[in-house]
Design a protein around this ligand. Structure first.
Ligand SMILES: [Mg+2]
Length: 230
């Protein structure tokens, strides 16, 4: 029996984090670079944490080289501050997620992993707070590549390392809430399920032609069935 590799995005798909995420990034940027750039109003949805840092500092006059030189420092500052500050009440799981994860984890024909623009240190903390981290033994994160389109191949490698199964592109299902999730699934010819629980409404996601689109994951059976049918 061939298995399917089911890769979940975090923000807007599994859960929502309160304002603490943006506030923490602003504080880390200010501490390391002396400016928050445009972090107060920037659209973070679907983007890699590393890309966000460069984008919000682009118009500050700081040179790209200067940003790069202190990148590891700002990344670690952000992760440390986030872990220190975030509490379970800052995280809201999306509709249907606990039941869906429980159902998928019990299936012998599916393996679960992460494919996210989060840094691993902060992304894992977002999952630990509502106690869903254990569903995801591996994942591809912003630490692994600069471009989201490179993450699917990395997730397949990590899945191989943990499960011993070498997944073909057609056996991979990427689940996310933005056009960036849809686009990165196309990059390797994987299947894509979009869900409108993040910042993008269903009609905007539909324009990017995901294989399947859900308003939310309230109907566990329907989501599982759509994965089975790929
Ligand atoms: Mg997302």
């Amino acid at each position: 029996m061939r298995k399917k590799l089911v890769l979940f995005d975090i923000d807007g798909t599994l859960l929502r984090v309160g304002n603490i995420n943006r506030r923490t990034l602003i504080d880390a940027l200010t501490e390391v670079y002396g400016t928050e750039g445009s972090a107060g109003r920037h659209n973070f949805a679907g983007k890699m944490d590393s890309v966000i840092i460069y984008e919000v500092l682009r118009h500050t006059g700081l040179g790209e080289r200067h940003i790069a030189e202190r990148f590891e420092e700002v990344k670690q500052t952000y992760i440390d501050l986030f872990r220190e500050r975030a509490r379970p009440e800052d995280i809201e799981l999306m509709k249907g997620i606990p039941a869906l994860l429980e159902e998928l984890a019990g299936r012998s024909d599916m393996e679960l992993g992460l494919l996210t623009g989060n840094f691993e240190g902060s992304g894992r903390h977002k999952l630990r707070l509502p106690a869903i981290d254990h569903y995801f033994p591996f994942g591809a994160f912003a630490d692994d590549a600069y471009h989201r389109d490179d993450l699917p191949a990395i997730a397949i490698e990590k899945a191989y390392g943990v499960t011993g199964t070498r997944f073909a592109s057609g056996e991979v299902v990427i689940i996310g809430d933005t056009e960036h999730d849809i686009r990165c699934s196309r990059a390797i010819g994987a299947h894509c399920i979009a869900v409108a629980t993040g910042t993008y409404p269903a009609e905007r996601l539909r324009a990017h032609r995901p294989d399947v689109l859900f308003e939310d994951f309230g109907d566990t059976g329907a989501v599982v069935e759509s994965i089975e049918h790929f």
